[in-house]
Design a protein around this ligand. Structure first.
Ligand code: NI
Length: 249
């Protein structure tokens, strides 16, 4: 069930049978010479949208801009600084909590978001603590590549040149989701360099074509289909477990 294609009455009805909502969250940022700018929000969106076709899961609109200041040296990147990102996550959660949602599950597609999403959760819990009330809702984030079965599959598919940015696994997922937008390039070197992440000018100098440690030329839509199938199964299980968590009295 997709929130943006539902009415408020349908959401009211959904809340009678579940208090859980899934929010795909990612980033709009350069992904090397062949990766789509939307890769990091498209992957969790593709997986969550596919999962709600076979399970009674409510999926909220995708939070598609994240903490990506280090990619701003490349055209098309749009970033929120951590403080803005935290404020936005907080208001998304407060809005959903007010409506009655008690389990807010972020399916994340961008490693650069993780620390800030956790910090945003801590801010929300701190609000409840200082007000001496129960939190009212629980938040969880999960990276899609950490869903059960996904990481092992990606390792088997791409034993070398997986890397950490513009990876063949994330690009394969978008190739499956958007086969009309598959790009090609000659990679030089075939496997990109690795190193630290700092500010945008430093990033562009270290990683001239935007990739980190990856050879995205190994991506295929068929491998993407396998990754999506594994991630969908993993997401359905993980959301069910989160929904079943009972807070102590
Ligand atoms: Ni990515």
């Amino acid at each position: 069930m997709l929130l943006h294609l539902s009415t408020w009455q349908e959401i009211d009805d959904y809340l009678k049978r579940s208090k859980t909502v899934v929010i795909p969250i990612g980033s709009n940022e350069q992904h090397g010479p062949t990766g789509l700018l939307g890769t990091d929000w498209l992957c969790p969106e593709i997986i969550a949208h596919e999962a709600q076709r076979s399970a009674d899961i409510l999926v909220a609109p995708t939070f598609n801009i994240g903490m990506a200041q280090h990619h701003l040296g490349f055209a098309g990147t749009i970033a929120l600084r951590p403080s803005t990102f935290m404020a936005c996550i907080g208001d998304w959660c407060r809005s959903l909590g007010l409506a009655g949602f008690e389990k807010i599950y972020f399916l994340n597609g961008h490693g650069g978001n993780v620390a800030t999403i956790d910090a945003a959760f801590s801010e929300l819990y701190a609000e409840a603590t200082y007000a001496q009330r129960n939190r009212g809702f629980a938040c969880k984030q999960k990276n899609w590549w950490e869903l059960k079965g996904v990481f092992g599959l990606a390792q088997r598919q791409f034993p070398t040149g997986h890397g950490s940015h513009a990876t063949p696994s994330e690009i394969a997922v978008t190739q499956w989701g958007y086969p009309d937008s598959i790009k090609s390039a000659n990679y030089a070197p075939q496997i990109a360099p690795t190193g630290p992440i700092r500010e945008a000018l430093d990033f562009r100098a270290r990683y001239p074509d935007g990739r980190m440690g990856s050879d995205p030329g190994q991506a295929t839509p068929e491998k993407g289909a396998e990754l999506v199938a594994a991630a969908v199964a993993g997401l359905i299980d993980d959301v069910a477990a989160f929904s079943a968590e009972v807070a102590p009295a």
